[in-house]
Write a protein that binds this ligand. Structure first.
Ligand SMILES: [Zn+2]
Length: 379
């Protein structure tokens, strides 16, 4: 039953798979994916066991955990949860902390049809959006998917003589309700919630600090076939999301076929959204240089042509400066480049142009299909 549920859970807001948050609370089952910020990669159907690089990432326990929607979902300490719990009314604490259930048709959010977001009453994390709410007729607010799959955690619950799956806030472990497999399409799931576990924020209303995403930055790297570069960077702690696409060319909305067979000038490029508090741009540059060979002109291994060129598209003038400086330093002092010239282009923020995301079938390619490009391991 759990296997079916987990497969269904893979259909999330971001089309990704059941994540690390799930496993953190499933002590009875071995984790298949503990990479924190990038759970979608290894837990896809038919995926392979975590690689050495993945295990290394998970060992970096100090890094904060960021969801794909760019929220800090690092589990809160017990003392912080205790502090937050002081604001709860007794009837809220009875559900949120003591895992109680409010009576059917009694919650204030059952019939709420307004547009907006449902956040955790205890810690403020967005948990469900109104566009996933449906009328289940059960008397409890019901949703077919969470706001972000990493915002909800799961635990097996065999109390009251029933086998159920409890849902909790992934950040503060507030009890939310249960999830069942009799929901509507597209997920077939019914997240059955207690109104008191949630707080509703109207669309357009200001969001409290605790309900806001972290500040992220973007970076663009072209280093040959984007499947591999995306796969490796997505697994890097501090990288919130990596997307494959095209950049640096002359045509608008290019297709893969055009990039391969026509003279578009675009390079296969990966757009990174990252948490600058966890990883600095310079560290990303170092990773990028490990994941491809910056001395190969218009090719990477067997792939050749302008689309496979090595390039850094700067998102800001500061990135441009840092990238140029980094290349100078590498050329001058890294023995690896002593007799080999770095040919990586640095394209300034003014000239970089627009990034065009690639077709869906190119996204998360290695996570969906397995395999890895031949790339050096992290040091
Ligand atoms: Zn919470």
């Amino acid at each position: 039953m759990k296997t079916v549920l987990l497969v269904l859970l893979m259909v999330g807001v971001f089309g990704a798979a059941a994540g690390a948050a799930v496993w953190t609370l499933r002590a009875s089952e071995p984790p298949t994916d503990e990479r924190g910020a990038s759970p979608s990669k290894a837990s896809a159907p038919g995926s392979v066991a975590p690689t050495k690089d993945e295990s290394m990432s998970s060992a970096k326990a100090g890094a904060r955990k960021i969801s794909r929607a760019a929220y800090d979902v690092t589990p809160l300490s017990k003392s912080r949860v205790d502090e937050l719990a002081k604001k709860l009314k007794p009837e809220e604490a009875a559900v949120i902390l003591a895992k109680g259930t409010e009576r059917a048709f009694c919650g204030n959010l059952v019939d709420n049809k307004k547009d907006g977001t449902y956040v955790c009453r205890l810690c403020g994390l967005p948990l469900f959006a109104s566009d996933a709410k449906f009328d289940s007729g059960t008397g409890w607010p019901s949703f077919f998917q969470p706001f972000d799959k990493d915002h909800v955690a799961y635990e097996h619950d065999n109390t009251l003589g029933m086998e159920r799956t409890e849902i909790l806030c992934a950040r503060c472990e507030a009890h939310l309700g249960h999830v069942f497999e009799d929901g509507p399409r597209p997920t077939g799931l019914r997240f059955c919630l207690n109104s008191v576990s949630l707080e509703f924020i109207d669309k357009g209303a200001p969001w409290p600090e605790a309900s806001r995403p972290i500040e992220t930055q973007v970076a663009y790297f072209a280093g040959g076939c984007f499947w591999g570069v995306e796969d490796r960077l997505q697994q890097t702690p501090g990288v919130v999301e990596a997307v494959s696409g095209y950049m640096g060319g002359r045509t608008e909305n290019p297709t893969y076929k055009e990039v391969c067979y026509e003279n578009t000038g675009h390079a296969e490029t990966v757009m990174i959204t990252f948490d600058p508090k966890t990883i600095a741009y310079k560290e990303l540059l170092a990773k990028f240089f490990r994941y491809h060979d910056p001395t190969q002109l218009n090719r990477q291994g067997p792939d050749h042509g302008e689309q496979y060129r090595s390039a850094i598209f700067a998102a800001t003038p500061e990135q441009e400066d840092q990238a140029k400086k980094f290349i100078e330093e590498q050329q001058a002092s890294n023995p690896k480049f002593k007799a080999r010239k770095i040919v990586t282009q640095v394209v300034g923020a003014q000239r970089a142009g627009k990034f065009y995301p690639a077709e869906d079938y190119h996204q998360d390619y290695h996570a969906k299909h397995g395999g890895h490009c031949a790339m050096p391991e992290d040091e």
